[in-house]
Design a protein around this ligand. Structure first.
Ligand SMILES: CC(C)(COP(=O)(O)OP(=O)(O)OC[C@H]1O[C@@H](n2cnc3c(N)ncnc32)[C@H](O)[C@@H]1OP(=O)(O)O)[C@@H](O)C(=O)NCCC(=O)NCCS
Length: 160
């Protein structure tokens, strides 16, 4: 798998991909809007169409690194796990002590995935989606994938 870093040559394509999968490039994290258009990250392209099939974006801070978005359209062959490994390596090299990622309570696939891939659940931001949905009104009240009300955020961490 050849992961490409996000750069000026693919930023527009990355922004379109994020807007398509997260309803906007503005990502709601801990009740605040986070602009993903400046994030670093890695992507995997379809060799023929050059369309993005997987993408991870992250934000490096002095002591921790946060995964801002993660999507894999070809599921179950380890692409997301490899993208996480890549970012964990970069975070370690920057001296970060933990890798953090937020997900919402309806997202059963990611709740399972993170716990099987080196993350532990550390905090629940109860009602953070309900209380801050006005910042991103496109966030549905009920997940169209699981039928579960989207209400809370859950923080996962990997100790590096
Ligand atoms: C959650 C998500 C990122 C997982 O992506 P993925 O590429 O399918 O992840 P992986 O292939 O690394 O792992 C998925 C499963 O496949 C299994 N798997 C990994 N490699 C495998 C292989 N070679 N053969 C068979 N199974 C394998 C893993 O055990 C894992 O199972 P688990 O989830 O029960 O732990 C993806 O489903 C997705 O994009 N979801 C929508 C967006 C989203 O929710 N993002 C995260 C929220 S922040």
């Amino acid at each position: 798998m050849k992961f490409l870093p996000i750069g000026p040559e693919n930023r527009e394509k990355v922004n379109e991909f994020i807007a398509r999968h997260w309803l906007s490039t503005d990502i709601l994290i801990r009740g605040e809007i986070f602009d993903s258009t400046t994030c670093e990250g890695f992507l995997l392209e379809n060799e023929e169409s050059k369309k993005i099939v997987a993408l991870i974006t992250y934000d490096i801070r002095p002591t921790e690194c946060e995964i801002v978005t993660l999507n894999s359209l070809i599921e179950g062959i380890g692409i997301a796990a490899k993208l996480i490994d890549r970012v964990a390596g970069i975070a370690r090299a920057h001296g970060c002590q933990r890798l953090v990622v937020m997900t919402t309570n309806d997202n059963m696939k990611s709740i399972s995935f993170y716990q099987r891939n080196g993350f532990d659940m550390v905090k629940i931001y109860r009602n953070s989606i309900n209380e801050n949905r006005y910042l991103k009104p496109s966030i549905p009240k009920i997940s169209r994938f699981t039928g579960i009300p989207m209400s809370h955020e859950i923080e996962f961490e990997m100790i590096l």
